[in-house]
Design a binder for this molecule. Structure first.
Ligand SMILES: [Fe+2]
Length: 430
């Protein structure tokens, strides 16, 4: 007698873990040329973050690629927290360049620019065709893209390990994403030496993003609590927590708790910055499978609605809320709200960050662990410091509710009233 799965449960029974192949270590970026050859690339569109180029970090990598006989088409028009227009310019340039591979050297902004340039120059159409529904049309690319070699230079987005590119759409006052497994880089090279001299403010924001990726993934609703999709095609990229994603997220939190303060305090502490690089990639694998939810849902309107904040020590003149800060400011209140859904996992997350043990009913353990870390690395104190007041809360709620793809994996689905309370509590975290 055979029993079909549908007779067993109406809930999901399957999860998937995928990871970008990662090469890690001091000096690993000098293998860039070798990796491109291995991937069969002869002519590459190379997206280089201009700030990174100015720090002298990109030149040896470019040299390694040239020495391997790969033709390079360099592209330096990388916006921090890129808009759809910046992506559009990159798509145009990549289409004109007729290349057979892509390279990104920089933070999440550079890697995401390369992902979208690769996607749209390979399959045509408009960027909005591919943007997640309901903001865009959510079209799935019909086949694999050309190989992308991702070389992150800041420990943050984990974009080297994920299928996602994040973009700002100023006309809609919204930040959202494009996500598909074909966008995952073919190879990542994670080289701690590249973080040397990266500004501490950048390391702080990026590191807090890492910690949130890991904590949100670890606390996302179990994949078995989702309804089972009708077909494999309908299975969402963000599946909810599962035993394998938990391993990556847990270790990323441990490294965040142990090394972020040091990585921010000393720009030459490549040991601490190296562990944060690993932490970022590990968290990327974890959230690429499990997903992020409330803090990231709130972060998009926080970063998208107003551009009036400048964080001290951040390079460039652009007024914007760095992504990690936009995420972390609502994390303490979000995890206070979700505590009931899985108290023991919240306590475990706090223990990963601090190494301490907590009483079973200590709902402040995780918020307090995050607040201490935020203060120690110079994060903004709350949503108010980023330029918002109570009158902005309805617009922020509306923006957060647009991120249904993310909220779907929250361990507890927030109502409008819940989001209002979270945002109100997050105005002044201290
Ligand atoms: Fe993030």
């Amino acid at each position: 007698m055979s029993i079909s799965v549908s007779e067993l449960t109406a809930n999901e029974t399957i999860f998937t873990i995928e990871a970008t192949p990662v090469k890690y270590g001091a000096g690993a970026s000098l293998d860039a040329g070798w990796e491109l050859k291995r991937l069969g690339v002869t002519r590459a569109f190379v997206v280089v973050d201009p700030e990174v180029r100015a720090r002298g970090v990109a030149a040896p990598i470019l040299e390694s690629m040239r020495a391997s006989g790969v033709e390079l088409v360099e592209y330096g028009d990388v916006e921090t927290e890129p808009s759809i227009h910046a992506f559009g310019r990159a798509v145009q340039a990549a289409t004109a360049a007729s290349v057979d591979g892509f390279v990104a050297i920089g933070g999440g902004s550079a890697i995401d620019t390369a992902k979208v340039a690769n996607l749209v120059s390979t399959h045509g159409g408009e960027i909005m065709d591919y943007v997640n529904a309901p903001v865009g049309r959510g079209v799935k690319p019909p086949s694999a893209l050309r190989p992308l070699l991702a070389i992150p230079t800041t420990p943050g987005s984990g974009s080297e390990a994920t299928t996602v590119a994040i973009l700002d759409i100023p006309e809609l006052k919204i930040k959202t994403g494009i996500s598909h497994r074909f966008m995952r880089p073919a190879q990542a090279i994670v080289d701690p030496e590249l973080t040397r001299t990266a500004p501490s403010a950048v390391i702080a924001s990026a590191g807090l993003d890492v910690v949130c990726h890991a904590a949100e993934s670890f606390l996302s609703r179990p994949y078995t609590s989702r309804p089972r999709p009708e077909t494999a095609d309908e299975r969402p990229p963000y599946q909810g927590s599962n035993p394998v994603a938990d391993l990556w997220s847990g270790q990323a939190m441990r490294y965040g708790g142990q090394y972020l303060r040091r990585a921010v305090a000393d720009e030459h502490d490549t040991e601490a910055r190296g562990f944060m690089m690993l932490s970022a990639t590990m968290a990327g694998v974890g959230f690429g499978s499990a997903g992020v939810h409330i803090p990231h849902s709130c972060a998009y309107p926080i970063a998208g609605l107003k551009h009036s904040y400048r964080h001290p020590g951040y390079p460039g003149e652009k007024m914007f809320v760095p992504h990690g800060f936009s995420v972390i400011v609502t994390a303490p209140a979000s995890f206070r709200f979700t505590f009931d859904a899985a108290p023991e996992r919240h306590l475990l997350a706090a223990s990963f960050l601090t190494g301490q043990q907590y009483a079973p009913d200590d709902r402040e353990a995780l918020p307090n662990a995050l607040l201490a870390l935020m203060k120690d690395v110079g994060a903004p104190s709350g949503v108010a410091e980023l330029g918002y007041d109570e009158s902005d809360i309805p617009a922020l709620i509306e923006g957060a509710l647009k991120q249904q793809r993310l909220l779907a994996v929250s361990p507890k689905m927030p109502t409008e009233a819940d989001l209002e309370r979270i945002l109100r509590e997050s105005m002044h975290n201290w």
